[in-house]
Design a protein. Structure first.
Length: 198
């Protein structure tokens, strides 16, 4: 006997909707994604989705919010795994590049061509606040000279974003953007920036 599907209003269905929406979004992009496709993927009617989300924008906001949470958690875990705050900046930088290359569509709507529905609230995302904290800690230990930690973190973020955005834009046209090369390039540039701030 087949297991009974959860009731259409349950948390399990909401999770299934988000999982399917994220997968289809990564495969097709936001313009190629429809509520009907998501409903088919989870085995419910499109009407069921509206029990959990007001519409496509609300669903995509939830997808992107989940993406920001995952992105921030990966950066934080990388920083915590390092022995020193300076090494934490480097580890976070690696995690940044790896997340972007593994989730190109999500990275695109989060940071390259952000949509109104991609960000829930104005202000610094938690991932950036975490980077500011690690930079500040590296200044406290004397590994970096004292400066505005937010400005330094913005410099690190800018370097990473530049490397990643180019890689995502030209990965099919230019052979300089294989993942290992992108990671090496990002490390080199971030290390050069950090060396200039010691």
């Amino acid at each position: 006997m087949a297991p009974r599907r959860p009731d259409s209003g349950t948390t399990d269905v909401r999770t299934a909707i988000l999982t399917a929406a994220t997968r289809l979004f990564e495969e097709r992009g936001v313009d190629g994604l429809s509520m009907r496709q998501i409903a088919t993927a989870i085995g419910y009617s499109a009407t069921t989705i509206y029990l959990h989300f007001d519409g496509k924008d609300a669903l995509m906001l939830a997808v992107c919010s989940s993406g920001f949470d995952e992105f921030g958690a990966s950066l934080e875990a990388a920083a915590r795994s390092a022995v020193t705050p300076l090494q934490g900046i480097s580890a976070s930088s690696d995690a940044y590049v790896q997340f972007a290359l593994a989730n190109p569509m999500l990275y695109d709507v989060m940071f390259v061509r952000p949509k109104e529905w991609a960000i829930a609230a104005p202000g610094d995302p938690a991932s950036f606040q975490g980077l500011v904290g690690v930079v500040n800690a590296a200044m406290d230990t004397g590994d970096l000279r004292r400066a505005d930690p937010r400005d330094v973190a913005a410099g690190v973020w800018s370097v990473l974003h530049g490397v990643v955005a180019l890689a995502l834009a030209f990965r099919d046209q230019i052979d300089l953007f294989e993942p290992a090369e992108v990671l090496t390039r990002a490390r080199t540039l971030v290390n050069a920036l950090l060396d200039a701030l010691k």
